[in-house]
Design a protein around this ligand. Structure first.
Ligand SMILES: Cc1cc2nc3c(=O)[nH]c(=O)nc-3n(C[C@H](O)[C@H](O)[C@H](O)COP(=O)(O)O)c2cc1C
Length: 358
């Protein structure tokens, strides 16, 4: 029988339990994406709360494209020393930390007139109505290099790994999505082609950081969008990444403007862990670590998934905004479910904190 509190390894990265803080944009970095005291405090508090692994909020890989205010950056070498202080602080408390690296795209409407926003095709995002510029092959190569350089900086800064953000309708997820990706070249059409940019980014990162450095990805199990990526296609992408040697896949779902899919807010008990059936399907056919994100709130439910499926890790976002010490509380024997009510009111101009803590 496996335990949620097992000491466990992801490609040599030793974790003290199977709980992960999923990437959470804190909206607390400065204008250029550099650390602030408030942001540092968030990570110190999380690591003191015994979460095995912390995945940072998404960090933008190209200076020219910052999809949201207060995001962390990783687009230049000056971040290396800056983040050393962050990784050391987290390590002192016994947690591990992985940097999530991302390119946003047309999904946000943050200053769209002040930046060049790339997309797979010239198709406006349904919700934000932002129209991207169709990427040329040269742009695609620039982006692949930016991801590779970001991973290299992350390694130098002492992060225990990197996570490619391939989910939620941001640029890489748009490549997978046939509504956004209407390309006729080798990056469009079949799912092999739509996923090509992700495979190339992964391979370039792997070449750069070596085989012993953890490289993870966050992917949608399905876009829940009429012309979106399907579960079958997500299974293909996951399997291929697993064969290429990715160390873990975090399974999420949906894009902005998605029209169906499970309920993700104000969850009742039987609505928890809302992507579990999809993630279970993906996990059973692949040979890499699968992390389930979304609505993980109760220990007994996660324990059942752990022991009856191939899903071996559980990541949480909103519950750790409400209770950064949640894992420590559980570990100490207070096993009541997370206090988070999944209201999703955590988004705020002054920093993404839980409303019950403001
Ligand atoms: C305030 C906030 C910021 C988020 N920022 C990110 C992010 O930077 N990258 C990402 O992949 N997901 C992000 N997410 C999504 C979470 O990682 C997670 O997938 C989602 O909230 C579902 O998990 P939960 O039910 O435990 O909150 C964010 C969610 C919230 C609430």
């Amino acid at each position: 029988m496996s335990s949620l509190f097992d000491n466990i390894f992801i490609n040599g990265m030793e974790l003290k339990n199977r709980f992960i803080r999923s990437a959470t944009w804190e909206r607390l970095a400065d204008d250029k994406g550099y650390m602030t005291e408030e942001l540092m405090d968030v990570y110190k508090e999380l690591s003191k709360g015994n979460v095995g692994l912390i995945i940072t909020g998404y960090a933008f890989v190209l200076e020219s494209e910052k999809p949201n205010p207060g995001m962390m950056g990783i687009y230049e070498d000056d971040f290396i020393d800056e983040y050393k202080a962050l990784t050391e602080a987290v390590h002192e408390n016994g947690s591990k930390i992985v940097l999530q690296i991302a390119y946003g795209g047309s999904q946000t409407n943050y200053k769209p007139d002040e930046r060049v926003i790339w997309g797979p095709s010239k198709v406006a995002q349904k919700k934000t109505k932002v129209m991207p510029k169709k990427m040329t092959e040269k742009d695609i190569n620039t982006l692949i290099k930016a991801f590779k350089d970001a991973a290299s900086r992350a390694k130098k800064a002492g992060f225990d790994g990197v996570q490619i953000h391939g989910a939620h309708g941001y640029l890489l997820s748009q490549f997978l999505n046939p509504y956004h990706n209407r390309r006729k070249d080798k990056y469009g059409g079949s799912i092999e082609n739509r996923a090509r940019i992700i495979f190339q980014i992964y391979k370039e990162i792997r070449k750069e950081v070596g085989k012993d450095y953890p490289v993870l990805i966050k992917l949608n199990c399905c876009d829940f969008f009429d012309e979106g990526m399907t579960l079958e296609e997500s299974k293909y992408v996951s399997k291929k990444l697993s064969e290429l040697g990715i160390d873990a896949i975090e399974i999420s779902g949906g894009i902005a403007g998605a029209v169906h899919g499970p309920k993700t807010v104000n969850l009742k008990e039987d609505e928890e862990s809302f992507y579990k059936d999809y993630a279970k399907e993906i996990a059973k056919d692949i040979n890499t670590n699968v992390i389930l994100v979304g609505g993980n709130r109760s220990l007994d439910k996660m324990d059942e998934i752990l022991n009856n499926t191939a899903i071996k890790y559980f990541s949480l976002s909103r519950p750790l905004l409400r209770e950064p010490n949640l894992i420590k509380r559980w570990e100490k024997g207070d096993t009541k479910k997370a206090k988070c009510i999944s209201c999703s009111k955590c988004f705020d101009d002054n920093g993404n904190y839980c409303v019950f803590k403001r």
